[in-house]
Design a protein around this ligand. Structure first.
Ligand code: ADP
Ligand code: MG
Length: 393
């Protein structure tokens, strides 16, 4: 283990009183933009209700009663306690630079979702001055990049069934995850189970008004206004753009953002998560990670437009009162079929065809990557889709 990590582990152990009596830090398992996550052994797990053994059992989990740290030292724990099979936890140390509201939001949503299948539950959380740590059951998982190229279509169906199971309950609770991507879905190819983690960007559904949810008359009026106020491409774009700028939640990860997020739709729905699942499936089918590799939102739109073509992209923009136009020669009017894209990406452009299973997967992919969020499949519908049956074979 490198010195910096050891130093950080030491700091964490001393920052929280009683920490050493309860947890033994083992290693760092993740470092993100908002937190560092460690694997640790829970030294006193059986003082809790120990029904949350995630490695063994991922069924309904009952949260243990909140208890404060024990001052009892580990050396005095009795023998039976020391010989038991160790229980592991993931300790998420949230960066002190995160805003308190943001941290509270994440913990509150996790608490709301505590009974959801395939969602990693929160065991407890601690705060010491500005430092907050969340304690989660440790979930064994593999690195997506290690297994995605080897996945068969039935493997994909099983993987997605687990992910959609989590999303179905998250969405039923009126919550948008906002950051669906492989590193936030911990999947264990051996047990074929996964859990959704990282509600750091999640939010409750609802928000300000957007043209895409207006009544039809208001929608038409605003659309007309949008079309008139934006200058047509032959005139170029206005030097001093007087149109009001748009503000919308754009949180998420580059490459996984839905078109309505890129178009800054202000009333985003749970369908943004479905788009991101579509990007994961596209990645697996095309055997390319990352599939989209844009530096910013405009580049991201260009990437999407290259596949879907100008015409469909323009129609998608209009849904949110935006004009989409481009003079980039590689963006055609009609774009390409997803089947073509996958054949190209997997170097099968010599007349080879997709297998029957792949065709079913591509049909399902098209349902996840609908540009219009209202036509995009929901998590519940996805679970009922024929594609999921491929995982039962
Ligand atoms: P961040 O907000 O920093 O992205 P995450 O909650 O996504 O934090 O956790 C970062 C990484 O830590 C994950 O990608 C995963 O590798 C690891 N991790 C998080 N929670 C767990 C868990 N319960 N079990 C095992 N590993 C976890
Ligand atoms: Mg994360």
């Amino acid at each position: 283990v490198d010195g910096n990590i050891l130093h950080d582990m030491e700091k964490l152990q001393s920052a929280i009183p009683g920490f050493r009596n309860q947890y033994r830090l083992i290693k760092r398992i993740g470092e993100g933009t908002f937190s560092t996550v460690y694997k640790a052994e829970d030294l006193a797990y059986d003082r809790f209700d120990n029904s949350w053994d995630m490695e063994k059992d991922n069924e309904k989990w009952t949260p243990p009663p909140l208890k404060s740290f024990s001052t009892q030292s580990t050396a005095t724990l009795d023998h039976t306690q020391r010989r038991r099979k160790p229980k592991y936890v993931a300790i998420k140390k949230i960066y002190v630079t995160s805003s308190p509201t943001r941290i509270l939001n994440e913990l509150e949503l996790l608490h709301d979702l505590r009974d959801c299948q395939s969602v990693c539950p929160l065991i407890t959380a601690f705060r010491q001055t500005d430092q907050v740590v969340a304690i989660l059951p440790y979930f064994r998982h593999a690195d997506f990049r290690q297994y995605f190229r080897k996945m068969t279509v039935p493997d994909m169906a099983i993987y997605l069934k687990s992910l959609f199971t989590a999303l179905s309950s998250v969405h039923a609770n009126g919550i948008l995850h906002r950051d669906i991507k492989p590193t936030n879905f911990l999947y264990d190819p051996a047990s074929r189970r996964g859990v959704l983690v990282d509600f750091g960007l999640a939010e409750r559904e609802g928000g300000t008004h957007c043209i895409c949810h207006d009544d039809p008359v208001a929608r038409k009026t605003r659309l007309r206004a949008a079309l008139h106020s934006s200058s047509a491409p032959h005139n170029g774009f206005p030097k001093q753009d007087t149109r009001p700028s748009r503000r919308a939640n754009r949180a998420g990860t580059r490459g996984f953002r839905a078109p309505e997020v890129l178009f800054k739709c202000t009333q985003q729905t749970t369908k943004i998560d479905i788009w991101s699942v579509g990007v994961i499936l596209l990645t697996i089918l095309s055997r390319r990670f990352p599939f989209f590799n844009s530096a910013d939102d405009v580049e991201a739109m260009i990437e999407i437009a290259t596949i879907f073509g100008q015409k469909r992209m323009r129609a998608a923009g209009i849904l949110h009162g935006c004009m989409f136009d481009s003079n980039i020669p590689t963006i055609g009017q009609v774009g390409f079929s997803l089947e073509r894209i996958i054949l190209w990406s997997t170097c099968r452009d010599n007349g080879e065809k997709l297998s029957d299973d792949e065709k079913k997967a591509v049909e399902f992919l098209g349902r996840c990557l609908e540009l219009d969020p209202s036509k995009r499949i929901s998590a519940d519908e996805a679970l009922e889709h024929d594609f999921m049956k491929l995982g039962d074979r």
